[in-house]
Design a protein around this ligand. Structure first.
Ligand code: GDP
Length: 213
């Protein structure tokens, strides 16, 4: 592993902080530093993944606080970059009109946010590529936003089954207009965390900064 990656990673061991929620484009924080967004169907393990990435048990619980589930939540990393938690609107019991408004907001954020560098799409390895996932992939393709797919809960499958799902999903992504990468992951055990960090660090520009030091 190159020295610059481990140097970088120590930055992120300092706790990330919840900074702000947004309900519509006009309440988004100013686009200043790079961001990576996390999306995932309800129960795929998006909150557990954000907590694992930031080595904090309850960080992403913020997003599950009643009243905040419909919001885009921003978590600041110590260097000013942000991790952005996108709502999983699919399962909430709200009127169709409200759902459509969220979708428009998320789509707007994904397709227009100038500082957004990539999307982490968390899937349950046992149920990959749902309609929800395909919706996000489609939006990412609109601006050729890179996507890194986490096949989470890999600990729930035998190694051979997990490997076979990995190959299937990677094949399905071959012709995407976006640069899509795929990996097995377990938010529970930490399997695959190093690989995930390599992507995050690449997107957030940390490697470049480390090069200059
Ligand atoms: P979210 O709704 O996508 O934010 O999902 P959560 O992070 O709340 O996780 C949903 C459930 O899946 C919880 O019971 C987690 O403990 C469990 N879970 C999340 N990640 C993993 C994993 O990697 N392995 C296993 N076995 N369970 C997980």
């Amino acid at each position: 592993m190159p020295a610059m990656l481990s140097k970088c990673r120590t930055i992120y061991h300092i706790p990330a902080k919840f900074i702000q929620s947004a309900t519509k484009s006009s309440t988004l924080p100013p686009a200043r530093a790079f961001e990576v967004a996390f999306a995932g169907r309800s129960n795929a393990g998006k909150s557990s993944t954000i907590n694992r990435v930031c080595s904090q048990k309850n960080l992403a619980r913020t997003s599950k606080t009643p009243g905040r589930t419909q919001l885009i939540n921003f978590f600041a990393l110590p260097d000013g970059c942000s991790l952005v938690d996108l709502p999983g609107y699919g399962y909430a019991k709200v009127p169709e009109k409200v759902k459509l408004q969220w979708q428009a907001f998320i789509k707007d954020y994904l397709t227009k946010r100038s500082t957004l560098r990539g999307l982490i799409l968390v899937m349950d390895v046992r149920h990959p590529l749902t309609d929800f996932d395909r919706g996000f992939l489609y939006w990412a393709e609109q601006r050729k936003l890179p996507v890194h797919v986490l096949l989470n809960k890999a600990d729930k499958l035998k190694r051979g089954q997990a490997a076979s799902t990995f190959l299937q999903v990677r094949k399905a992504m071959q012709h995407s207009a976006s640069d899509v990468t795929v990996q097995l992951f377990s938010a529970q055990s930490g399997q695959g965390l190093d690989k995930l960090w390599e992507h995050l660090e690449g997107w957030l520009g940390c490697n470049d900064e480390a090069d200059e030091q």
